[in-house]
Design a protein around this ligand. Structure first.
Ligand code: NAP
Length: 336
């Protein structure tokens, strides 16, 4: 089969080549990949800044895929040839509490990903793709949508009328706007770009803050909430900006620590966390059960993923470059 193979770090070492088509073993599905979507994680893996010691070479990269089952291994009964499925990043994390060894079973690194004509997925570790979505749309769900869902619903149990602060207009954040609005929350969103803020408003975001023209964006959040702060902050930026998220969250509020766009370490001022009694919770995407619940919710609320650009398979590297420049919503690669 044709596959993109990462032979070393750097985009120049991501090359289109031939590799044997895998055969499904016991309980496994052979999936013809329809589309994949890119996440910051995929780029960080190629750049060699995401757990580089765990990256096998060559690696078929990209964790988020949607496709069609074309063969089933011995004893696999849950899916049939023709069913459409989604990969699930933390493939062994099915329900309940996080597993200590979950990162060892991640699709797209260290396990092979979906940037190939075919991939193997275990029948116990896939979600059914929503019937009302194309493969390109469904491919956006496994990380970005599920992370937003898990933070908003499984962690914070956001209620109508509560205020959610969303940072930036990337993949996770745009899903967060759509899901939080469908939950009845008020959404404040930040962005470096005026046009992206306007597009977020068109998706339902209530209040817009430009974090370039307002570097102290937490003050804007406090102003917009009459000094109270947001009930939940989805922090995708990471770094020392975590201190600003603490200020932007209400007393007794919560921060879902999702990202590390500006840094993987933070110099955290502990006293405000104590005085404001802030809960800071790391989020690692979510469970398969949450994925299944989310897909029902997305269908019921007719939420369609926001796709910035769809690239053909041959232009996978251009898709990575697009992600690096910044996208509004998701960057997708059609494989089929
Ligand atoms: N823990 C998890 O489970 C999990 C899951 C998914 C993603 N993540 C992490 O979350 C982060 C975002 O992921 P993504 O896939 O949504 O990325 P993405 O699609 O590449 O989004 C990047 C966007 O983030 C915004 N941004 C950049 N720097 C910012 C800053 N200092 N403050 C506020 N916004 C900023 C920019 O929006 P504007 O152009 O609008 O300024 C940029 O376009 C990454 O670090 C990723 O690794 C973690």
């Amino acid at each position: 089969m044709k596959a993109w193979l990462l032979n070393g770090f750097g985009l120049d070492n991501l090359v289109l080549g031939d590799t044997p088509t895998p055969t499904p073993k016991k309980g496994e599905l052979l999936v013809k990949v329809g589309a994949v979507s890119l996440n910051f994680r995929d780029k960080a893996i190629v750049d060699g800044i995401y757990e580089p010691h765990l990256v096998p070479k060559p690696l078929i990269p990209v964790s988020d895929a949607a496709g069609t089952v074309v063969a089933v291994g011995e004893g696999a009964t849950k899916f049939e040839v023709g069913d459409r499925v989604n990969s699930h990043l933390y493939s062994t994390w099915i329900d309940a509490d996080p597993l200590p060894d979950a990162p060892a079973h991640c699709i797209g690194m260290p396990l092979p990903g979906g940037l190939a004509e075919y991939m193997i997925l275990h029948e116990d570790r896939v979600a059914r793709a929503p019937a009302n979505m194309t493969d390109a749309e469904a491919a956006t769900l496994p990380i970005a949508a599920l992370t937003a869902w898990y933070a908003l619903v499984d962690f914070a149990n956001v209620q109508p009328g509560q205020t959610v602060l969303v940072q930036g207009t990337g993949g996770v954040s745009i899903f967060a706007v759509q899901i939080a609005k469908a939950l009845g929350a008020r959404v404040i969103i930040t962005s470096s770009r005026k046009e992206n803020l306007e597009r977020a408003a068109a998706l339902g975001a209530d209040d817009l803050v430009n974090y370039r023209s307002h570097p102290k964006w937490e003050d804007e959040v406090l102003r917009l909430t009459a000094g109270k702060g947001a009930d939940l902050v989805l922090d995708v930026a990471g770094g020392d900006g975590l201190n600003q998220s603490v200020q932007a969250a209400r007393a007794g509020g919560a921060i879902a620590q999702i990202g590390f766009l500006t840094g993987q370490t933070a110099n955290l001022d502990i006293m405000p966390v104590i005085f404001r009694q802030t809960t800071i919770r790391g989020i690692a995407v979510g469970t398969l059960k949450a994925f299944e619940r989310m897909n029902v919710f997305l269908e019921n609320h007719a939420i369609k993923p926001v796709i910035d650009t769809i690239y053909p398979f041959a232009q996978a590297r251009e898709a990575y470059e697009h992600l690096a420049r910044g996208a509004f919503g998701k960057v997708v690669i059609n494989v089929a």
